[in-house]
Design a protein around this ligand. Structure first.
Ligand SMILES: NC(=O)C1=CN([C@@H]2O[C@H](COP(=O)(O)OP(=O)(O)OC[C@H]3O[C@@H](n4cnc5c(N)ncnc54)[C@H](O)[C@@H]3O)[C@@H](O)[C@H]2O)C=CC1
Ligand SMILES: O=C(CO)COP(=O)(O)O
Length: 336
């Protein structure tokens, strides 16, 4: 039995708290939002973000960060990426040398272009930081539906320790040394899911969706490999796996925001309507920064940026993708 602090009480933090409780660990959840702490304490569920997923009384709920961190073996960092740095900064005062941090958010910091583990390590230089990612909607994990994820860590020992903590008959966990690939796959699939949702909102079909998923992973992989990540990771759960679920699932906030944009909503109207974090909006800009830095072409992600931030019509963006210069599908394959 381990002592776990879950930092962030949105849908993902809440679902993971329940998973860890069901795995026999002692769990405390922290939220910065007083009303959220109150709701979780009195209703024993997150009524707006994960309704129907009941949190047993044994899960402690607190608004006090020191209490959430004190004596814990592992801290699961589950705040949206725009708050990763500020939250890690607040954690500095209470973090102990032996505590492990597992980041479960999916994003890239917009102004530094850092992965979230880089952000956490910059704020907490002594911390042993790992990541958990994969095709895993909170709504399904909360119901105990079979799900698979990957833990990435700097050492095999940490990865296997965390694999054992998270693993259950309904939550299968693999390990990987490719933290960079895991983090890039998790962040960038959200941008492609915005595109896939937009195509749905425009009334396009399954052919369009399959094209966006397949050419989307080609883009993500091209950038990731240039940055030093491994091709295999983009073929795995945290690459194509998470991209498929996010582009297809009724639970995806990124897909839903895209759908609304395809229906004519502005980016801000879509984000307001979704009411939960739409990470792809932040990662879209960061991805363009990385594309420029690493000199990699990202046609779909570039069009998503133009639709989100430059007022381009979604239909025109699809049209431009279809009318790009003629290409070989895999430029590295020889003719024989
Ligand atoms: N919901 C899901 O199915 C999954 C989400 N993720 C990732 O997990 C991260 C969190 O997502 P969700 O829990 O879904 O978001 P959410 O929108 O459900 O919840 C956000 C939560 O963040 C916390 N928060 C809000 N403002 C804050 C601040 N200023 N400082 C610190 N904490 C603050 C609050 O507890 C709030 O409820 C995102 O990066 C998301 O991509 C990853 C896998 C699955
Ligand atoms: O990352 C997720 C599923 O693996 C959640 O995706 P959304 O943020 O689009 O809901």
């Amino acid at each position: 039995m381990a002592k776990i602090g879950v930092i962030g009480a949105g849908s993902w933090g809440t679902a993971l708290a329940l998973l860890m409780h069901n795995n026999g660990h002692q769990v405390t959840i922290w939220s910065i939002i007083g009303a959220e702490v109150e709701m979780l304490r009195t209703k024993r569920q997150h009524e707006t973000k994960l309704p129907g997923v009941l949190l047993p009384e044994a899960i402690e709920i607190t608004g006090n960060l020191e209490e959430a961190m004190s004596g814990k073996d592992v801290l699961i960092l589950a705040v949206p990426s725009p708050f990763t740095r500020s939250t890690a900064c607040m954690m500095k005062e209470f973090l102990k040398a032996n505590q492990k941090i597992v980041n479960v958010a999916k994003g890239i910091e917009e102004n530094t272009l850092y992965t979230l583990s880089d952000v956490i390590e910059e704020e907490l230089p002594c911390a042993d930081v790992a990541v958990l990612s994969g095709p895993s909607h909170a709504e399904e994990v909360g119901k105990g539906l079979p799900t698979t994820c990957v833990v990435g860590a700097h050492t095999k020992e940490t990865a296997e320790y965390l694999q054992n903590l998270f693993m259950s008959p309904v939550f299968r966990v693999y390990t990987s040394p490719d933290m960079l690939g895991i983090e890039l796959g998790g962040a960038l699939k959200n941008v492609i899911a915005l595109a896939a949702g937009t195509a749905d909102g425009l009334g396009y079909g399954d052919n369009t969706k399959a094209a966006l998923i397949t050419r989307g992973i080609a883009e993500i992989g091209r950038l990731g490999i240039q940055m030093g990540a491994k091709l295999e990771t983009f073929c795995g759960l945290t690459g194509i796996g998470d991209l498929i679920v996010t582009c297809a699932s009724v639970h995806s906030r990124n897909r839903k925001a895209g759908w609304l944009i395809g229906q004519g909503y502005t980016m801000q109207e879509a984000m307001d309507e979704v009411k939960m974090v739409v990470e792809g909006v932040y990662s879209a800009k960061a991805a363009m920064g990385l594309a420029q830095k690493y000199q990699v072409e990202l046609p779909i992600i570039s069009q998503v940026n133009q639709v989100l931030f430059e007022g381009k019509s979604a239909a025109e963006a699809v049209n431009e993708l279809m009318l790009r210069d003629k290409k070989i599908e895999h430029s590295e394959l020889p003719w024989g």
